[in-house]
Design a protein around this ligand. Structure first.
Ligand code: HEM
Length: 418
């Protein structure tokens, strides 16, 4: 620490101020306390946050950091109710179990995400994006989060999974309640998760009797006939896909659009060079991804990480946003540079639990983000920049709203800072 470095991070971790600007705090921690012990706001549980790129990758690829907190979490962690989805089928879901069980679920799920399958989804995504852009263009102002990003992520996922339209609409409302923008609505979360599991169970039952050309039917069909998944396991995978693939894509598109509005030169590059669509997604995910952190890991024994000793059963959170701006790994990390080449970001995680839907997310990003700027070449923010708010959520980084106008002339709200 130099004499001018403040002795504390600018905002307390997972506080309202942190959610609005996590980067300043994460940057302080990365330099001054890279394996940082703090009190997790729910239950005041002693937890460690890891912020350097190499350490984040090390944790995510080391079997001494388990995703299975129900098995390895210490008494304090369990007592605080931090074991994910306890009491539902998702308590043994793909994202919170270790090998060999994880390997079995993962292999089965990956079987439905083949390259050929993802290529077929290109048309689906393009059609949804075009239709939603038509809807947005009926008004001179709209909200990117609800009217565009939310519609794209839910519409694409609903069609890919094969959901009936009326069930799909209900699911969108359950998803909004499962990931509320308003902290006062947190009490609705468990019930909303329950509904998502119910939808997933219904969908599996329906596709079992009426198989079609969709992901749910492919999951039911696939796999080794001697090692069939149980109904709960299949339902759990479908529910994990619904949850993993909705708010993340919505959040990412929103963050990407705001980053590009902040950097008009980069938005111009994207507009004029279609080859940039795919690399742009990688850089936008690095710059301000949709998951601030991965899910909890728990140490299976005492371990040492960059000079800090972690006891057995310790909850560990890896900072994906922090790692993606580590100057040890990325040259001038604060700069958005769509033409950046080189090191891979960890926006989709790393290791065994890395994002199952990354290929689909990349496809959605590479189509939806450039298409918005192509359809509205003069897209402008329709609110003061300083009024942008992020949801209070320790893992998901998503804007509450992103009001835009089709052109500077259509801006209705004075763009002065608050
Ligand atoms: C931009 C959008 C997305 C981002 C940033 C994202 C990010 C991530 C990250 C960081 C992880 C690892 C979490 C951990 O290690 O604890 C993950 C896992 C996962 N993601 Fe995504 N994701 C996105 C889109 C999707 C989509 C579209 C789907 C499904 C269609 C999906 C399904 C999943 C599932 C099922 C897992 C758990 C995998 C496992 O535990 O083996 N995600 N995602």
């Amino acid at each position: 620490m130099t004499p001018s470095t403040p002795a504390q991070p600018p905002a307390a971790l997972f506080s309202p101020a942190y959610y609005q600007d996590p980067h300043a705090t994460l940057s302080w921690l990365r330099e001054n306390s890279p394996v940082h012990e703090f009190s997790f706001p729910v239950g005041d549980v002693k937890t460690w946050l890891v912020t350097r790129y190499d350490d984040v990758k090390a944790v995510l690829s080391d079997q001494h950091y388990s995703a299975e907190a129900s098995t390895w979490g210490n008494a304090e962690f369990r007592a605080a109710g931090l074991v994910a989805a306890e009491g539902t089928i998702l308590a043994r879901g793909i994202s919170v179990v270790d090998p060999p069980y994880h390997t079995r679920l993962r292999r089965r799920a990956m079987g439905a995400f083949t390259t050929r399958q993802v290529e077929q989804w290109r048309k689906t995504v393009q059609e949804h994006v075009d239709r939603i852009l038509d809807d947005c263009s009926r008004s001179e102002t709209f909200d990117v989060m609800d009217d565009y990003a939310g519609e794209v992520s839910a519409g694409v996922l609903g069609e890919i999974l094969g959901m009936r339209i009326e069930r799909h609409r209900e699911l969108v409302s359950a998803l909004n309640e499962a990931f509320p923008s308003d902290p006062a609505l947190m009490h609705k979360v468990p019930e909303a998760f329950g509904r998502i599991c119910e939808y997933a169970a219904e969908l599996v039952a329906e596709k079992r009797s009426n198989p079609a050309d969709d992901l749910t039917s492919a999951l039911i069909r696939g796999g080794d006939p001697d090692d069939q998944l149980t109904e709960d396991e299949l339902t759990g995978i479908v529910a994990a896909i619904i949850m993993g693939g909705s708010d993340t894509v919505r959040g990412f598109i929103g963050n990407a659009v705001l980053s590009l509005l902040d950097h008009p030169g980069q938005a111009d590059l994207l507009r004029t060079d279609p080859q940039l669509a795919e690399p742009a997604v990688e850089e936008l995910l690095r710059y301000d991804g949709a998951l601030s952190t991965a899910l909890f890991r728990v140490t299976t024994q005492e371990v040492e990480l960059s000079g800090t000793t972690l006891p057995a059963g310790a909850p560990v959170i890896v900072g994906l946003l922090a790692a993606n701006r580590d100057p040890r790994r990325f040259d001038r990390p604060e700069l958005l540079d769509l033409r950046r080449e080189g090191h891979r970001h960890v926006g989709f995680g790393h290791g065994l639990h890395n994002c199952l839907g990354a290929a689909l997310a990349r496809l959605e990003g590479a189509i939806a983000i450039p298409a918005l700027f192509a359809r509205f070449p003069e897209l402008a923010l329709n609110a003061p920049r300083g009024s942008m708010r992020y949801i209070d959520n320790w893992a998901i980084r998503r804007l509450v709203a992103l009001p835009v106008a089709a052109s500077a002339k259509a801006v209705t709200r004075v763009p002065q800072e608050v």
